[in-house]
Every structure is written in structure tokens, then in C-alpha cells.
Ligand binder design. Structure first.
Ligand code: ATP
Ligand code: MG
Length: 310
């Protein structure tokens, strides 16, 4: 089903959203990919997903193994049609590796650093800047050298005409995450309702305070999104509810308060299965997935990416 975004054309501007939590395995990539797909399929939006994690899970979710290898094979630059995020970071950088003495860069310039992954049924378009395992190089560079790379590229015409940009961050705060935060308007913080959940948020907020001025980072925390939420009736559901209430209290008590979204993402096997099929939930026709896709719709509304209140 296609819904029309009622926002008048002139009020629209590109929104850049970083999905980050220092805690690993909380559903950042799953939310980033499925939220992007929802906006494309249900609202006909042009969405650009940037995979800023050396684990490349967002790229592996969306691309077949062959396309992923073709996008990341550093040995055959001549064969590659599009650059990935590593190429984008290195396109005009020259440096000498002090350990090996090898010269690097500048790399072959690519016309495009994104792939078109999917055209939605109503004119929407999902594009991807593919990740690369070599992005761990960037993590080792001083943030001041690379912090503006994603932002500058997004400001240029070579980044296309996406209305929404979603950046999937690694579970750490190094140069890659900081470049994502420098480019972002908002940060979405996925969090599972469990005993370990709160460790990541204070660290993220502390790092934001530390780097905001020196690295000119202006984004704000849009809110915490509970993910992997056990279904009603599950044995662990009461414990999850108790953790969620506690987390809400702590977020409310912070200065300034951190919002906790009303929308929640249920724990459901459909997510890992969709990863294996390289098919995000919103692109499936299976009616059994409808309630899960509606939860993603709630996230898009809480983020004001769609709806009257943009
Ligand atoms: N709502 C969900 N229900 C069930 N399984 C989920 C859900 N969300 C994520 N998963 C599974 O949990 C695992 C971790 O999810 P994901 O990769 O999205 O987390 P992440 O925060 O991006 O991890 P990392 O910090 O390593 O980048 C994956 O196997 C994924 O399929
Ligand atoms: Mg991830």
C-alpha cells in the first residue's frame, strides 16, 4: 500500500539521521535498513542509506553476496562501477603508511559512490553507500582529519537527491561515528530493554558533549527506541517492561531530558530471516509481517519523517 506524505513540497528538506548506540547487537542496523525501506515502499521517498560500519551488515542485508563483493573488492578497482564509503573517504587523500612505507591515494575517482538498491512501487528509491571492511582504517585516523567527509559529500550534487539520509554507525565512537554525527541532524538510539541497555547512552551523550564544540557537531538526540521487545506472553516480557520503565525514568531525569519513543520494535524471527533473504520487511508482500511494518511506521512518525507535524 502507498501512502501520500501530506507535507507540502516547499516545507520539505533533507533529513540526515544517524543510528547509533555504543552497545553492540541492539538492532541498529536492522532498524536503519527497515526504516529506510519503509519510507521508500510506503511513502515513495528517496532514501540514501550510508553503511558506516566496517562490519558492513547494512550492505550485506541489502546486496546479494556477488554485488557486495563487486562493491568492495579493493583488488579490482578497474572492475568496480561505484565507489564505497572507504573510497569516498580516500578519494583525494594522499598519505604514506609509516609502518609499511606504502604510498596511498589518490584513488581512482568514481562518478558515483552509491548504488540503487530498490525502486519502490510508488516512485520511491532506496540507494546505498556500501560499507567496506577497510573502513577500520578510518577509525584509526584522527577525527579532525575526516570528520567533515560525509557531510561535505552530502552537500554536493554527487550525493543525489535523497530526501532522507540514514547512516548506520558502528557500536563505538571513533572517527567514523563522529563523521556520521557531524553530518547528522538527529541521532536515533536503538536500545534493547535489558540490564545492559543503559551503558551505551551515557557514553554517547558524554562523547557528544566532549566533541560538539571542537568538531562542530550540531545534531541532537531524537530519542531512544526500544528494539528486540519481547512479545506479550513471553516469559521475559515482565522483566523487559520493568527495564523499559526504569530506562524511561532515567531518560526523563536527564538534563536536557532524552525522549523515549512511543513506537517499539518487537523481537521477531522475521528480522533475522529477512536478513538472510536480503529482503527488508517493508518490501515483502507477506500479510503476516504487516504488524511489524506498522511498528516501523510508528518510528517514522515519532521521528517526524512522515506525517502532518514535519
Ligand atoms: N527486532 C528484532 N527481532 C529479532 N531479531 C532481531 C531484531 N533486531 C535485530 N535482530 C537480530 O539481532 C542481531 C543484531 O542485530 P543488528 O545487527 O541489527 O544489531 P546492531 O546494533 O546493528 O549490531 P552491531 O552493534 O554489531 O552493529 C541480528 O542477528 C539481527 O537479525
Ligand atoms: Mg550494526
Amino acid at each position: 500500500m502507498m501512502l501520500v506524505d501530506p507535507t507540502p513540497e516547499k516545507k520539505r528538506r533533507r533529513r540526515v539521521l544517524a543510528v547509533q548506540n555504543v552497545k553492540g547487537g541492539v538492532g541498529k542496523t536492522t532498524v536503519a535498513v527497515n526504516l529506510a525501506s519503509l519510507l521508500v515502499e510506503r511513502y515513495g521517498k528517496k532514501v540514501l542509506l550510508i553503511d558506516a560500519d566496517p562490519q558492513c551488515n547494512a550492505s550485506l542485508y541489502l546486496l546479494s553476496d556477488e554485488r557486495f563483493l563487486a562493491a568492495t573488492d579493493s583488488g579490482s578497482v578497474a572492475e568496480k562501477e561505484h565507489g564505497n564509503l572507504w573510497d569516498l573517504f580516500h578519494k583525494d587523500v594522499r598519505y604514506i603508511d609509516l609502518v609499511t612505507g606504502r604510498r596511498h591515494g589518490p584513488r581512482t575517482s568514481f562518478d558515483r559512490h552509491y548504488h540503487v538498491v530498490k525502486r519502490g512501487t510508488g516512485g520511491g528509491l532506496l540507494s546505498l553507500v556500501c560499507g567496506s571492511a577497510r573502513l577500520s582504517d578510518i577509525q584509526e585516523m584522527g577525527p579532525e582529519l575526516v570528520v567533515s567527509r560525509i557531510r561535505d559529500w552530502l552537500r554536493g550534487s554527487a550525493s543525489g537527491d535523497a530526501e532522507v539520509v540514514i547512516i548506520d554507525c558502528p557500536p563505538s565512537i571513533g572517527s567514523l561515528t563522529l563523521s556520521a554525527l557531524r553530518a547528522a541532524d538527529d541521532i536515533l538510539v536503538p536500545m534493547s530493554p535489558d540490564a545492559f541497555a543503559l551503558h551505551g547512552l551515557p557514553l554517547l551523550l558524554q562523547k557528544l558533549d566532549q566533541y560538539r564544540t571542537p568538531l562542530r557537531i550540531k545534531c541532537r538526540v531524537a530519542g531512544v527506541l526500544f528494539t528486540l521487545y519481547p512479545p506479550i506472553g513471553a516469559e521475559v516480557r515482565p522483566a523487559a517492561d520493568a527495564y523499559a520503565s526504569r530506562i524511561e525514568e532515567i531518560c526523563r531525569a536527564r538534563t536536557p531530558p532524552v525522549a523515549v519513543f512511543a513506537a517499539r520494535i518487537s523481537r521477531d524471527e522475521a528480522y533475522p530471516q529477512s536478513f538472510e533473504r536480503h529482503e527488508p520487511l517493508p518490501f515483502s508482500n507477506d500479510p503476516k509481517l504487516r504488524s511489524l511494518v506498522d511498528e516501523l511506521d510508528g518510528v517514522a512518525r515519532d521521528l517526524k519523517l512522515v506525517g502532518d507535524a514535519i
